[in-house]
Design a protein around this ligand. Structure first.
Ligand SMILES: Cc1ncc(COP(=O)(O)O)c(C=O)c1O
Length: 467
């Protein structure tokens, strides 16, 4: 974007909302650029939810009392709203979970992995997907990864195809990948779903980082399982996610236990349990019936704005931010940043991972970036964002080195980073979202300029607590 063209067009409504619904950001001079970490709620979402809680008498759902019936009706309305929002029709069921991780775990622990079958994941995955390999291995299925291209952190179609073709179609096979990377912002092709189905795979699509700014239309793409967290979409409520699953594939999952809420009946003396079906088989105990109605309110808020308007907005702002970061220079002309992943706005979302560089080319310690960010009231994320595979490729950590390091011997995070050969504790991640505006980008670039000609950082930075 050029200097005369900085104001995004067609998204004036978002600027109005920023001044009313998200006014707290400007009141505090806060530059919030961590939407991949968490979305922000509009004031009206909380007010509407509060009114509902104060006006209704809501009891534990699924019994006959009026208070229970009222809670059940609200939960079911929210469930229907989720399916409607994603255009899912009757083919899909919506299971409420505590978060995307809870949805991923439900699939991992219940998927009928078996010897001869496979769990295949892209290097680029959140640890909540990586962890599924433990369930696969415990059932003696093979766990394998598809690597990323170093230049843009994408998967080549040929590489994926090779892995998909290796499946034994007589055993259950599960492919898991993120529709959008929470590390690089890469949007991996949704066209893989159909291809994987053709070659005998079920597909688990992690949409936690995708759906806050992109349209997922389940009438046109048909993943078997979709994991999301609602706080990432519209900020409030936290603590609720969903597994949206094709009913036909949901019926193939085998839960490792039963609990209150998931059985029609269970006996102690006969030790018999009759499971419920569909979503009810997967919602353990009492669902969060007071918070779930706020999901419907949040979805209405998104619908009023329009997801396409939000996509367009973050694309305009993100193109500007990405270009400006890439062209940041020290006074000797050397680059002041290194961006990981796609270098242009092509098949990507509004999550940008990068490091500031010293004039000698070394990355600026991310702990110092955190300190300067706090002084500027900038919220960004630093580290590896629970996505070790994308980080290993971005930071060129040799597989041989990872294979030989005895991680069990590492006593601190700094010790671990030293042993695997990391020059810093990870990247800086700036992510845009629904309420982002031009002033955020301008403020962020003013903050970024602080790193130009920075020769060194203080030697007394605190030890790292996580990576
Ligand atoms: C792509 C992706 N998947 C899964 C998760 C896990 O989400 P949650 O922590 O809400 O369970 C995240 C969280 O950042 C994410 O970005």
């Amino acid at each position: 974007m050029t200097a005369v063209d900085l104001e995004p067009r067609g998204t004036e409504l978002i600027d109005e909302l920023r001044a009313t619904e998200y006014q707290r950001l400007d009141a505090q001079g806060h530059i919030y650029l961590d939407y991949t970490g968490a979305g922000l709620h509009a004031r009206s979402q909380v007010e509407e939810h509060l009114r509902l809680l104060n006006d209704e008498v809501l009891g534990n759902p699924h019994s006959a009392s009026p208070s229970s019936a009222a809670a059940t009706a609200l939960v079911e309305r929210a469930r229907a709203a989720v399916l409607r929002y994603f255009n899912a029709g009757d083919e899909y069921a919506c299971i409420f979970t505590p978060n995307a991780t809870g949805a991923l775990r439900l699939v991992g622990e219940s998927y009928p992995f078996a010897p001869g079958g496979r769990f295949l994941a892209t290097f680029d995955n959140h640890n909540s997907v990586n962890g599924i390999r433990q369930f696969a291995r415990a059932k003696r299925a093979q766990a394998a990864y598809v690597s990323l291209d170093t230049a843009d952190l994408r998967v080549t179609d040929a590489c994926l195809e090779r892995h998909l073709r290796a499946a034994d179609r007589t055993s259950p096979n599960l492919l898991a990948y993120p529709a959008q990377s929470n590390f690089s912002g890469v949007q991996h092709p949704l066209g893989w779903i159909e291809r994987a189905h053709d070659l005998g795979w079920d597909v688990l699509l992690d949409c936690a980082a995708f759906v806050p700014t992109s349209r997922l239309d389940l009438s046109s793409v048909k993943p078997d399982f979709v994991a999301i967290s609602f706080y990432k979409m519209f900020g409030y409520p936290s603590g609720i996610g969903a597994l949206i699953a094709r009913r036909e594939r949901l019926a193939c999952l085998q839960r490792p236990w039963f609990s209150g809420g998931t059985v029609l009946a269970a006996t102690v003396q006969g030790q018999i349990a009759v499971p419920r079906t569909d979503h009810a088989m997967f919602e353990d105990g009492t669902v969060n019936y007071l918070a779930i109605p706020a999901v419907e309110i949040g979805l209405r808020h998104l619908e009023r704005i329009g997801i396409d308007r939000i996509s367009g907005r973050v694309e305009q702002l993100g193109t500007w931010l990405l270009g400006a970061l890439r062209s940041l220079r020290h006074s000797d002309g050397s680059p002041a940043t290194r961006v990981y992943g796609p270098q242009t706005w092509d098949r990507r979302g509004a999550t940008i991972a990068f490091n500031f560089l010293h004039p000698n080319g070394r990355p600026v310690d991310e702990r110092f970036v955190d300190l300067v960010a706090a002084q500027h009231r900038v919220s960004v994320r630093t580290g590896c964002f629970c996505n070790p595979g994308a980080g290993e490729v971005a930071f060129s950590i040799a597989p041989e080195r990872l294979a030989t390091v005895r991680l069990g011997r590492c006593t601190t995070v700094d010790d671990y980073l030293r042993r695997i050969g990391m020059a810093s504790g990870g990247a800086v991640r700036a992510s845009l979202g629904l309420a982002s505006n031009c002033a955020d980008v301008r403020g962020f670039l003013a903050f970024a300029a602080e790193f130009c000609d920075l020769a060194s950082v203080p030697s007394d930075l605190p030890p790292r607590q996580a990576c």
